[in-house]
Design a protein around this ligand. Sequence first.
Ligand code: G2I
Length: 442
Amino acid sequence: MVTRKSLVLGMAGLLAATGLSVLSGTAEAASTLGAAAAEKGRYFGAAVAANHLGEAAYVSTLDTEFNSVTPENEMKWDAVESTRNSFNFTAADQIVSHAQSKGMKIRGHTLVWHSQLPSWVSGLAAADLRTAMNNHITQVMTHYKGKIHSWDVVNEAFQDGSSGARRSSPFQDKLGNGFIEEAFRTARTADPAAKLCYNDYNTDGVNAKSTAVYNLVKDFKARGVPIDCVGFQSHFNSASPVPSDYQANLQRFADLGVDVQITELDIEGSGTAQATSYSNVVKACLAVSRCTGITVWGVTDKYSWRASGTPLLFDGNYAKKAAYTAVLTALGGSSSGGGGTAACSVSYSKQEEWSDRFNGKVTVTAGSSAISTWTTTVTVTSPQKISATWNGTPTWDSSGNVMTMKPNGNGTLAAGASTSFGFTVMTNGNTAAPTVGSCTAS
Ligand code: G2I
């Protein structure tokens, strides 16, 4: 069944893809971060860790709310090339294929960075280091060619504080200032369609460090060195709050002729104060036409690199925080069901298990309004096969791995009420948990 909402969202996505914006007043308010951002011609992403992709609540929150992902660690040098010229893309590929299966954009993070750098790299002499750097960029970008919308080509190359100087690193110390230019030129050749970004932190307001980056970008634009975007990590807390000149700083970079992206947003705190800061960041991005998207640095507080600071939009139980509502509202969306948007959520649990198969159960719960029907998906990993189902009406995609489940007969659920369906997975040697997609209701 095609609901009015899905038509509206589909249109917003199409218009966003063509760079047009949606006329206000024609659509009901979007009810997720990704959909609301898409209506503003932006993406809304999250940093994702491959080792959480087996957790149903993590995946369903990701799939429901976000339309872009950044691998949090899986594309870093130590993850993909821990031994020289021996590349391992397994974990990063998991994130990329999940994102692609959901139509999400993917940010590549990161190619040249002093941190999470294997010791074999830092031990090389200059000429060899140059070869290794260019080879790393070329191999990684070629593996993902055509799949990444923006790459953080060089990350955190400037010092904190008032010097505006370059940070000491194997690249800086052995190759000199020219390493950044060389990395960007190599990157352009490897995947000409990807946007090439410089990414850093403590560059969110106008200060000595951001001005040093500004001068680098200005010089690159003047000399025709390829650069398309600047990433502002935006890790904030009470010691480093959202600067009052945040928007002005984004705008001065945009005025150089590059896109700007908020790449690693998180704000420690809670309640109204945290919500207000998040809202201010979103408003600043929307006010800068070349601010093309926002990525928060994680899905849930419990897996944040700063978990004790509870800096994200969903708490440890995946409940939406005040900060979530503030972001959705700032994006022009509404979770109040404006226009009668019905909502439901899903959770997965494993049931009986045998040597060759296991049973799974998905519980569908209506949100704060009654719903008249629901649909969700269950994806198993080949060579697994679903051999039986109960309490639902399944349809299948061509691979046979993705089951779309709808109610048997009457799908009505009162506000907050639940129903469940079950299925048997033949493991064929793979005991991975299935992925349950988001729930849609009407
Ligand atoms: O530090 C926050 C971010 C600053 N900007 C660049 C980002 O790439 C960086 O992300 C963080 C990840 O969120 C952490 O998850 O980068 C850290 C490393 O610099 C990541 O932490 C590392 C731990 O240090 C390792 O011990 C651990 O094995 O995560 C690894 C994977 O869980």
